[in-house]
Structure formats: structure tokens, C-alpha cells
Design a protein around this ligand. Structure first.
Ligand SMILES: Nc1nc2c(ncn2[C@@H]2O[C@H](COP(=O)(O)OP(=O)(O)OP(=O)(O)O)[C@@H](O)[C@H]2O)c(=O)[nH]1
Ligand SMILES: [Mg+2]
Length: 378
């Protein structure tokens, strides 16, 4: 059973990775403005941690950094204003080469970054931004490292933002986002403005990679939750359809893949790796598989061989109600993993406590569901 579960979950996990795909963001701006800091602040510094190899070169100035659900197209050793011709040639080629490839290979959004205290926006930067637009790349403009005090942006950055706005550039919202990506240890200036950049990017990204963006980012829990609720809603619909003609318990295993893929997708949305997600899933669902207890808890107990349930049927409302409850309970587990608030014991995940957490979340959502066949369970 556990072996079966581990293999099935792993397969669904891979499948969901494929379905989520990858959002690819190209990041430009003068050297040292804070491009990498911005990327890391929004997406987390996971390159080294995940052991993904060095960025792949796309030309002598362009690099592609594959971070799983996220691809970053970055520049190296480029001076905007000096190397533009070559950079644009490489970029145009990359955009064109990828246009006929699957969505996850295309470049979806460009960020153009300007240091907020630079006090000027140059004509060659305007040309560059207009070129991005002409290549079909939607642009988010970001002013980086803008000091803020008592809720007020630094006036020089505000002035720069006005200058940029006056150029009527093809950028999201017609004006730049003011940001500070990383807390300054000396002045205590906290980070701000990142969620706004993220949400603008989300709006510009093709629908097909929005979930990948929600999964890759690490700053917007709401975005993860709303995408997770979409996954739950889809699974609920699928479960209802599968049980449109009531199915006997013995055939209820058809619902299991629906729930597993829902769980795998939500795990991805919270950036939980396979090992941990598998562990959490086993901990969570094994509560529900122990025969006789909270029989309504989970459909996983109906995996062939997992129990000997006889009699009764699952209709559409039971199937969807269970799937909804499972999805929501699993969402709580994933959210706590993301927040670092899962129960721990001796520095390790407390599997029993995770099981109780899932069980309690599930039970609170299934107050009235009772199996007709419950009495028959051993
Ligand atoms: N405190 C603070 N420091 C920042 C911020 N953004 C950038 N920096 C610092 O500015 C320096 C340059 O930032 P990077 O993110 O490396 O800039 P970049 O645009 O990626 O630079 P290149 O890749 O060399 O073109 C680093 O020392 C960062 O720590 C910020 O929001 N807050
Ligand atoms: Mg950099």
C-alpha cells in the first residue's frame, strides 16, 4: 500500500510539474541596479539549493537559468546603451526561436529595472524598452532600491517615476513600480513593493503559465491559495463527474487519481519537493486509511486491497464533498509547510502530529457525511 502510494504520488507529482510548466521572465537594466536581488527576493534563492546547474547561455550576452517552475533570462556583462545591438539581436533570435515551441519554452514577460535614485532615465533605455515591446514582450518597469520613510517614497524617485510616466512607454500600467527588494541592515529600511511587481507580472503572463508563476514565487501566499482553490475546484468537478452515475465502493478507486493529482498540484504550488510532499501525503492519508476510523475521511482507503468495504455507493455529492474536504485539509498542511509551522519533533517532521492535523482538518469539514456502508467496515 505505502509502496503503491509512493509510486502513484511520485508519478502524479511529475505529471503536475509538466502541467504547471514554467514561466520565463527576462530581466534587464543597467548593471548593479539590483536585478538579481529583485529576482531572489520574489522567487527565493533556490538555484544553489536545488542543485540546478549553471545558467545556459543563449548567446554571448544572454543566459537562461532554469529554476523549475521559473526560468530567468538574464544578461551578463552587458551595458545597456553600449551593447544594445548585440543584446537585442540575441534576444530577438531567442524570442523567435521559441515562438513555435511549447508555451513553457517561450519568453513571457520582461522586467526592466532602473535604480530609483539614479535620477534619470536615459533615451537609450527608452529605446530598449520600446524594442522589448516590439518583440512582443510585455514589460514591467521597476524602480529599485527606492528609500521610503513614514509611508513616503524618496522624492527623487517619485520625480524619476514621473519622468518615466511622461514618456508614455509600453509598460504595465504606464508607470514604474517603486520597490525595495532587500532590507537594509544599516538603515533598517524594510523591503516593499514586491507583491505589486509580482501581481503585475501575473496579469501579463499567459494564462497557461500563471499557475507556474504562483508556484515559483515565495512572497504571495494569497496567490498560492487562490491557485490551489482552483485545483481543488477542478478535482471536485472531476470527482462529481466520475460519480455522476453512483459508483459502488469497490469501484471508488477511480477517484483516487483525481485526488492524488490535486494533492500533487497543491504541493507544487507551495514549492514542496517530492520527498517532503510524499512524506506529508503518506502521513496525511494514512490516517484516513486506517480501517474503521472516520470511514468517510478519505477515498484512499478504497484503493484495491486497502480495505474490505462492502455495500453502499458513492454518489456525485459524496464524491465531490469528500474531494473538497480532502483538498482543503491538504491545503492547510501545505500552507503550514510553506510557513514553516508544521509540527516538528527533535528537528524532524512530526509525522504523527501531521496525521492528526490532517485528520482534524478533514473531520471539521465532514460533519455530516456518513457512509451507508460504514457499519460494514472492519
Ligand atoms: N539593501 C539593499 N541592497 C540592494 C537592493 N537591491 C540591490 N542591492 C544591492 O546592490 C548590489 C547590486 O545588486 P544586484 O542584484 O547584484 O544587481 P544586478 O542588477 O543583478 O547586477 P548585475 O547582475 O551585475 O548587472 C548588491 O550589493 C545588492 O545587495 C535592495 O533592495 N536593498
Ligand atoms: Mg545580476
Amino acid at each position: 500500500m505505502t509502496q503503491w502510494f509512493a509510486e502513484s504520488f511520485s508519478a502524479e507529482f511529475d505529471k503536475q510539474a509538466q502541467e504547471l510548466g514554467r514561466v520565463n521572465i527576462a530581466v534587464f537594466g543597467k548593471t548593479g541596479v539590483g536585478k538579481s536581488t529583485l529576482v531572489n527576493a520574489i522567487f527565493g534563492e533556490r538555484v544553489a539549493a536545488t542543485g540546478i546547474g549553471a545558467p545556459v547561455t543563449m548567446g554571448s550576452h544572454l543566459y537562461f537559468d532554469d529554476r523549475g517552475r521559473l526560468g530567468i533570462i538574464d544578461t551578463r556583462g552587458v551595458e545597456i546603451g553600449r551593447d544594445d545591438d548585440e543584446l537585442i539581436k540575441e534576444l530577438a533570435k531567442a524570442v523567435k526561436d521559441r515562438r513555435n515551441k511549447p508555451l513553457s519554452e517561450q519568453i513571457h514577460v520582461a522586467w526592466y529595472c532602473v535604480r530609483g535614485m539614479d535620477r534619470r532615465f536615459e533615451d537609450f533605455e527608452e529605446r530598449f524598452v520600446r524594442t522589448l515591446d516590439s518583440l512582443g514582450l510585455p514589460v514591467v518597469m521597476v524602480l529599485t532600491q527606492v528609500p521610503m520613510r513614514d509611508g513616503q517614497f524618496h522624492p527623487d524617485a517619485v520625480e524619476l517615476a514621473h519622468q518615466i510616466e511622461a514618456r508614455s512607454l509600453p509598460i504595465y500600467g504606464g508607470r514604474p513600480f517603486l520597490t525595495y527588494a532587500m532590507r537594509d541592515q544599516f538603515t533598517g529600511q524594510p523591503a516593499y513593493g514586491l507583491i505589486e511587481v509580482l501581481r503585475g507580472t501575473f496579469r501579463l503572463a499567459p494564462t497557461g503559465v500563471q499557475a507556474a508563476l504562483a508556484a515559483a514565487q515565495e512572497i504571495d501566499a494569497e496567490l498560492k491559495a487562490s491557485q490551489s482553490n482552483k485545483a481543488i475546484a477542478a478535482a471536485v468537478t472531476a470527482a462529481a463527474a466520475a460519480a455522476a452515475v453512483p459508483i459502488p465502493f469497490s469501484a471508488a478507486a477511480v477517484l483516487v487519481p483525481i485526488q492524488l493529482s490535486m494533492m500533487a498540484r497543491i504541493a507544487h504550488l507551495y514549492g514542496i519537493g517530492l520527498d517532503k510532499a510524499g512524506l506529508l501525503a503518506v502521513a496525511s492519508t494514512s490516517a484516513a486509511t486506517s480501517a474503521g476510523r472516520a470511514a468517510a475521511s478519505s477515498l484512499l482507503k478504497f484503493i484495491p486491497g486497502a480495505g474490505s468495504i462492502v455495500g453502499g455507493v458513492i454518489n456525485a455529492s459524496v464524491a465531490s464533498g469528500l474531494t473538497l474536504a480532502m483538498g482543503q485539509a491538504w491545503l492547510v498542511v501545505c500552507q503550514r509547510s510553506f510557513n514553516g509551522s508544521l509540527p516538528m519533533r527533535g528537528g524532524k517532521l512530526d509525522v504523527d502530529a501531521v496525521r492528526r492535523l490532517f485528520e482534524a482538518e478533514l473531520a471539521s469539514r465532514l460533519p455530516k457525511l456518513r457512509w451507508h456502508g460504514e457499519a460494514a467496515t472492519s
